[in-house]
Design a protein around this ligand. Structure first.
Ligand SMILES: [Zn+2]
Ligand SMILES: [Zn+2]
Length: 352
């Protein structure tokens, strides 16, 4: 807080940043809370003979938000792993990540840096079928890549280091980038994997489809079971709530500190005003004691006793207003009776 009473720039920046972050985190928290609530309210449907009957009875042969747990089964073709024998699946994702170290000119350190340089995802149509082979019911999964939480299983990974020669190394120091190598991974959704799907369930002719739900609802495909998926969402919700509360408290604390300093400043000013009035009142009484009118006091007379000559300069304010005796009689900490600035030094004044 500056002496003018205005909050400092640092306090304003802190208040603005913490309020803005609180608002952002709260918006994310609200959105996640909505997702968790809808996930809890989603209709749990078992993959069995009743599935089609449930949908036939539902309005529009559709359950807007349903949870289905089953195992992955291919419809016609399957995808083979390019690296592992007898590893079949319905989604295959190949990723090449370039790993390099980049020189940070500010911290003067080499930082690890990773960039996806190539990614390809192949899919083939697939169903979710009952864990029980004797049950024929199944659900066709539509547009699986639009689902969130689809953590595929890593089936292969390999690191190809960059060959380093002396001239390369010198070049890297000049360019500030040191390539380390390429990290290659293959991830798959394998046949027989247990998957929980949450989305819109529709009966279309004789085919039951799980598809992305209406806007506002999130489409989930996860290798976790429903309870674990819900727990995971709830724990992320707690994290956003914690951030919201933390930054909200920071904003409140900053505001409280600013208001408190403002209050202290106002109190100080009130006190000084009353001291000044007290001083003027004393001056009036002194005038009465001396039986003088205000205009009759000599301009060089001490403003406290109104009789002796002013004889000292107060620094830093520079006022010349009292005699030496009255200066010594000022209460501690000594302040200039005119402007209330604290007196750091006193210089005697010699009139000749
Ligand atoms: Zn005096
Ligand atoms: Zn002064």
């Amino acid at each position: 807080m500056e002496s003018s009473g205005r909050p400092s720039t640092a306090q304003m920046v802190l208040l603005a940043t913490s309020s803005a972050l609180t608002a952002v985190f709260y918006a994310i928290y609200k959105k996640k809370a909505g997702t968790v609530t809808r996930l809890k309210e989603a209709k749990k449907i078992s993959l069995n003979q009743d599935l089609k009957n449930i949908l036939l009875e539902a309005p529009g042969k559709c359950v807007p938000y349903a949870v289905i747990e089953g195992v992955v089964r291919s419809v016609k073709e399957t995808l083979n792993s390019q690296f592992v024998d007898n590893c079949k699946g319905v989604i295959e994702r190949l990723t090449l990540r370039e790993k390099k170290m980049v020189w940070n000119r500010t911290t003067h350190l080499w930082n690890d840096c990773e960039k996806i340089i190539h990614q390809r995802t192949n899919t083939v149509p697939f169903d979710l079928a009952s864990h029980d082979d004797t049950v024929a019911a199944s659900v066709r999964v539509v547009r699986p890549l639009e689902a969130s939480e689809l953590n595929l299983e890593t089936t292969y990974e390999n690191f190809h280091p960059t060959v380093q020669s002396l001239s390369n190394v010198i070049g890297h120091f000049i360019s500030g980038e040191r390539p380390q190598g390429i990290h290659e991974t293959e991830e798959m959704l394998r046949l027989g994997a247990s998957v929980t799907g949450v989305g819109e369930l529709v009966l279309d002719n004789s085919l039951v489809r799980l598809q992305p739900p209406k806007p506002g609802f999130r489409y989930f495909l996860s290798r976790l079971d429903y309870d674990s998926l819900l727990r995971k969402q709830e724990s992320s919700l707690r994290w956003w709530r914690f951030l919201t509360v933390l930054f909200g408290l920071a904003a409140c604390a900053t505001l409280a500190v600013m208001l408190w300093k403002q209050y202290l400043l106002q109190r100080q000013r009130r006190k000084e005003r009353s001291l000044l009035e007290e001083f003027k009142e004393k001056q009036r009484k002194r005038l009465q004691e001396l039986n003088l009118q205000e205009g009759e006091v000599a301009p060089s007379a001490c403003s406290v006793c109104l009789s002796r000559e002013r004889s000292c300069v107060f620094l830093e304010c520079g006022h010349v207003c009292t005699c030496d005796t009255c200066y010594h009689a000022l209460p501690q900490p000594k302040k200039c009776p005119i402007c209330r600035a604290s007196i750091d030094r006193v210089v005697p004044l010699y009139n000749s």
